[in-house]
Design a protein around this ligand. Structure first.
Ligand code: TRP
Length: 451
């Protein structure tokens, strides 16, 4: 490619954009409902272990591949493996996984946009309990016109930003939005924990009871760690490819993981104390935040406005994530075929929209259509999150640790991070070679019942 590849405008640009990718519905919508479904504090602990022991080292490895090769996932694997077909196919699996995730993720993102509209029209104004909110949620999510319109609307937003180019669009957006979201979440946490009866919710989040943990739960926690960190399919790799070698990569990785984890934990503290205070059950599944939060705002002065702001910010957090997912596919098309960014944005936006229609209908007209007992939504989510992402993670670790090799990877990692203690880098190398791949393999095999 002759054209100079774009780079992040500032040091912070990469961190903000990568954190923008990581922080999204995974933290605010998915994490709480998984916690509620899979055992509260014990699940949280398991999740934290997955993030620290497997997530962080693989985040570093994935960004490193991108920064070294300065290409999209497929191009990067091709270059660093000297065209080995197996590793190229790992890149292909990543791009395909991004395609699948974006298709159903965008549906939920569309819901959050729909909830902005519902908030503005004052639909939640008289709601006293989550039951009423739940009824409305069931009504809306099963309405094909509602879910498909917002699915289309959200995809149009994503395409519009990709259309304008990498640095300008993404970087600017994340810089303003993330801190705002954080502030609003803190307000919600404060409200939740001061409600009468919130203590049971705190206990639920802090006192671990491991009796509910099964082998399946471990796989769910691992998959969620990958999903929440945007890890395992080349999104971080792609963002890393726009990163300068002067930047401290390990430090940036730690910031991204820290921000993502803090927001997920805050989401837990935003929901469960309020939920227990309202006498609700934690295992409500995917409608959880849509049932609980609209009602919580009714007990806050100015709740009408805060509720609107919250759903706007949730939609924007989702937007920085959908952008990162679409960007992987687009950067591949641009790098490899020198096609136009604008045309590709529109073409792939349309294709992903179409693929998202069955998941969008999974809560209504297609709720009875199942494959292996799962709806389209459930199947896409399970395959992508719990199979393809961890699989991508194993491959990333094996590639960096063994095939491309630690001997080549370490000097690359040291660039821009000369002041990092050698022991830390050696620890990372050890984890990437031995610990991360073995642990992911064990989780896989045991959930299949083989171990
Ligand atoms: N991490 C985002 C979230 O938590 C979702 C996301 C964006 C993602 N890009 C990804 C998940 C790449 C997996 C892979 O909402």
């Amino acid at each position: 490619m002759t054209e100079q590849r774009e780079q992040w405008g500032s040091r912070l640009g990469f961190i903000l954009a990568a954190a923008g990718s990581a922080v999204g519905l995974g933290n605010i919508w998915k994490f709480p409902y998984l916690v509620g479904e899979y055992g509260g504090a014990a699940f949280i602990l398991l999740y934290l272990v997955c993030v620290l022991v497997i997530g962080l080292p693989v985040v570093i490895a994935e960004i490193l591949i991108g920064r070294t090769a300065q290409k999209n996932p497929i191009g990067s694997y091709r270059e660093l493996s000297n065209g080995n077909p197996f590793w190229i196919s790992v890149g292909v699996l990543g791009v395909a996984t991004g395609f699948i995730i974006l298709s159903y993720y965008n549906v939920i993102a569309g819901w959050s946009l729909g909830y902005v509209v519902e908030s503005v029209t004052g639909r939640f104004h008289d709601f006293q309990n989550p039951g009423q909110a739940g009824e409305l949620f069931g009504h809306l999510s099963s309405n094909p016109v509602w879910s498909i319109s917002f699915h289309a609307g959200f995809m149009a937003l994503t395409v519009a930003i990709i259309y304008t180019g990498v640095t300008r669009g993404i970087e600017k957006a994340s810089k303003i939005l993330m801190p705002l979201l954080l502030i609003l979440m803190i307000i919600l946490v404060c409200r939740g924990v001061t409600l009468e009866g919130a203590k049971r919710g705190m206990d639920y989040l802090l006192k671990a009871d491991f009796s509910a943990i099964t082998k399946q739960t471990v796989l769910i926690a691992l998959g969620q760690a990958f999903f929440s960190l945007s890890l395992g399919m080349g999104a971080l790799l792609t963002y890393g490819s726009y990163m300068s070698k002067k930047e401290n990569l390990p430090k940036s990785a730690v910031s991204i993981v820290a921000v993502d984890t803090i927001i997920a934990l805050l989401a837990g503290f935003m929901i469960f104390p309020a939920l227990f205070a309202m006498g609700e059950h934690p295992d409500q599944g995917f409608p959880l935040i849509f049932n609980i939060l609209p009602v919580v705002f009714n007990s806050i002065p100015g709740g009408y406005y805060f509720r609107i702001i919250f759903f706007v910010l949730l939609a924007l957090a989702a937007l920085t994530s959908t952008i990162s997912l679409l960007e992987v596919i687009i950067s591949y098309m641009i790098d490899e075929f020198e096609l136009s960014r604008k045309k590709m944005a529109i073409l792939f936006g349309t294709l992903v929209f179409l693929l998202g229609i069955p998941p969008a209908l999974s809560f209504g007209v297609m709720s009875k259509v199942t494959i292996f007992g799962l709806t389209f939504f459930g199947l896409f989510d399970f395959l992508a999150t719990n199979v393809f992402l961890p699989l991508g993670g194993i491959c990333t670790a094996i590639f960096v640790g063994w095939f491309w090799g630690i001997k080549k990877a370490l000097p690359q990692l040291r660039e821009g991070a000369e002041d990092t203690a050698p022991l830390l880098l050696k620890t990372w190398a050890f984890v990437i070679r031995y610990i991360a791949p073995v642990l992911i393999l064990i989780v896989f095999l045991s959930s299949l019942g083989i171990l």
